[in-house]
Write a new protein. Sequence first.
Length: 126
Amino acid sequence: MRAVVQRVRHAQVHVDGALIGECGPGVMILVCAMQGDRTDNANALVDKIAKLRIFKDDAGKMNRSLLDVEGSALVISQFTLAADGPQDAGDDQGPGGRCCDPRLGNGFGACNARECRRYHRRGRYV
C-alpha cells in the first residue's frame, strides 16, 4: 500500500464540476492499494498517518498529530501511485502488474475513510 500525505488548510475533490469531497484543516491522503494488500494493511496505514507528528505545537515544532489538532482527512483513491517511473508510463498495472484493479483501490480508499472516522468525526471522505 502506498500513500502520499499532504497537510492542508482546505482540500476539495470535484468530478465533472460537482463537489464530491472536502476537508478543513488536516490532511489530504492519496492512497493506492497494491496486489496483496489486505484490510489490516489499510488499518495500519491509517493508524500511522493519524499519529504522524506533522503539525506545529505552540513552540513552532512539528510535534502534534492529526489527532492532537483534531484535524480532518480527505482520503482519495489514486491507483497511479503504483508506477515506479518512466518504464511504467501508460501502464495502469504498475511495475510487474503490482497495482490492483482500480475498483479494489476504491474499496481500500473507503476502508481508509472508515478507519479515519474511528479517530475523529470532522470532514467528508471520498
